[in-house]
Ligand binder design. Structure first.
Ligand code: 4AD
Ligand code: MG
Length: 434
């Protein structure tokens, strides 16, 4: 009878049976008559026990000469083992070596520096901790889409090559574009999401976004993934309620489905369990006063730095909305505050434990005249915004939306110090390879 090929994650369904794994050798410990192989196939890890006499002499010798990350086909009997992390062990009955590397695997047991690991990102991805982070990333994205889909949102794909400018003229990547001059890589899908909201009501865009800022912080990538809901007839308050519900849903979903992954990376889940509505709220005005009392040198009217956000979030036990920033530090499309001409109806959602901004959102300026004025004051190319102004010309409407950076959320949920580990192949100002 042919031995069936199974995945490590499915071993529990095959207790007592003989199965075949197609896998890599993640680690090996040997004593004279027995080899303990740590095997991985992308779905999980399992120990394979190779006992002299239970495989052929050739196979036993071949195992002795295996380098880490050799690719293998391993047959064996599935045995329950309460001490094993997966709950199972494989009593190996046969091994065929698909490829044995000719030398030592670059990533060894010793502590490597971050630059070395990033240079070897294509290999580093194979480690148990990176599998855990990528699974959590997958769950963050999956649960966000699930929440939006279940709540009547339509996914609208916005263009990556754009003629208009999103968040401001600084930090744009330019791409030569035939006879039309330069195109820009999208900084945001928002302006298109606004057009789609007028067409379809509740929508979201989800895709890669690009910022050519020279930010070297632990929170910035030049290419990151953003999910951007936009809702017709939602005001500033409705917008924050949606953010609170979405973020809570994502965190609770990770807690429910990624227990093993969170344990693998040593994440303390206590602070995540508290992530349920209602979140805290503070105005920009009050936040500045609080920061100054806590020793920050921030002056009123300027944007918060990463340090300020860290200090603020450490005062609260769950996410914090900072509302109504000065107009001059925020994007042109934000709606002017009804009582304070110098402020806009916006919010930044700051993740706790020092993580800071994960979402930027706002009610949008629906007045044609005010929006046109802002475009002129900011000296944006008015021609490119003709279609955007049309949304205020034909049935203008109260509407709001926000952008949630996937990598920032994953870093926070995983408790990682830097966002470069939250995306398979990070792009920063210093890194285009691998
Ligand atoms: O605050 P931002 O710049 O807002 C916008 O782009 C709006 N158009 C969103 C909207 O209203 N539809 O970016 C939103 C979020 C930030 O809160 C952060 O999570 C993430 O995108 N983000 C970055 N993530 C990684 N690297 C960067 N350089 C980022 N810039 C923003
Ligand atoms: Mg922002």
């Amino acid at each position: 009878m042919k031995v069936p090929w199974v995945y490590i994650s499915d071993l529990s369904k095959h207790e007592g049976e003989e199965v075949k794994l197609k896998c890599w050798m993640y680690n090996k410990r040997s004593s004279g008559k027995i080899h303990f192989l740590q095997l991985r196939d992308g779905t999980g890890f399992v120990q394979g026990v190779v006992v002299k006499g239970e495989v052929t002499e050739d196979q036993f010798l071949a195992v002795r000469n295996l380098w880490l990350e050799a690719s293998l086909e391993v047959t064996g009997k599935v045995k329950r083992d309460e001490r094993a992390p997966s709950g199972f062990e494989l009593n190996v009955t046969g091994i065929s070596v698909l490829h044995n590397p000719t030398d030592e695997y670059p990533i060894g047991k010793k502590d490597h520096g971050i630059d070395f690991l990033l240079d070897n990102r294509h290999l580093w991805l194979r480690s148990a901790s990176q599998l855990a982070v990528m699974r959590i990333r997958d769950r963050v994205i999956w649960s966000a889409r699930e929440y939006l889909h279940n709540n009547g949102f339509l996914l609208v794909d916005s263009p990556i090559l754009t003629g208009a400018i999103g968040e401001g003229a600084s930090g744009l990547f330019e791409v030569p574009y035939f006879d039309l001059g330069n195109a820009y890589l999208a900084q945001t899908g928002q302006l298109y999401a606004e057009a789609a909201a007028a067409a379809f009501g509740k929508v979201y865009t989800f895709g890669p976004t690009f910022r050519a800022e020279k930010s070297k912080t632990r929170r910035h990538l030049t290419e990151f993934w953003m999910i951007e809901p936009e809702v017709a007839f939602y005001d500033h308050k409705d917008n924050m309620t949606l953010q609170e519900n979405l973020v809570s849903y994502i965190v609770q979903s990770v807690l429910q489905h990624c227990t093993a992954e969170l344990a693998q990376i040593g994440r303390d889940t206590g602070p995540l369990e508290r992530v349920t509505p209602p979140f805290h709220h503070i105005t920009y005005d009050d936040a500045v006063i609080m920061l100054q009392k806590l020793g920050s040198t921030i002056s009123y009217g300027t944007d918060f730095g990463g340090e300020d956000e860290t200090i603020l979030t450490q005062q609260f036990d769950r996410p914090l909305f900072v509302e109504c920033y000065p107009k001059k530090v925020k994007a042109f499309y934000m709606k002017q505050h009804p009582e304070r001409e110098d402020l806009v109806l916006c919010d930044d959602l700051l993740a706790p434990e020092g993580y800071g901004e994960i979402i930027g959102g706002s009610q949008r300026e629906e007045s044609f005249d005010l929006l046109q004025k802002r475009i002129r004051v900011e000296k944006l190319p008015e021609d490119s915004y003709g279609w955007y102004l049309d949304l205020r010309r034909y049935g203008t409407f109260v509407h709001s939306g926000f952008g949630m950076g996937i990598e920032r959320v994953v870093a926070w949920v995983c408790g990682l110090p830097h966002i470069r580990e939250t995306i398979p192949f990070p792009r920063t100002i210093y890194r285009l390879n691998p």
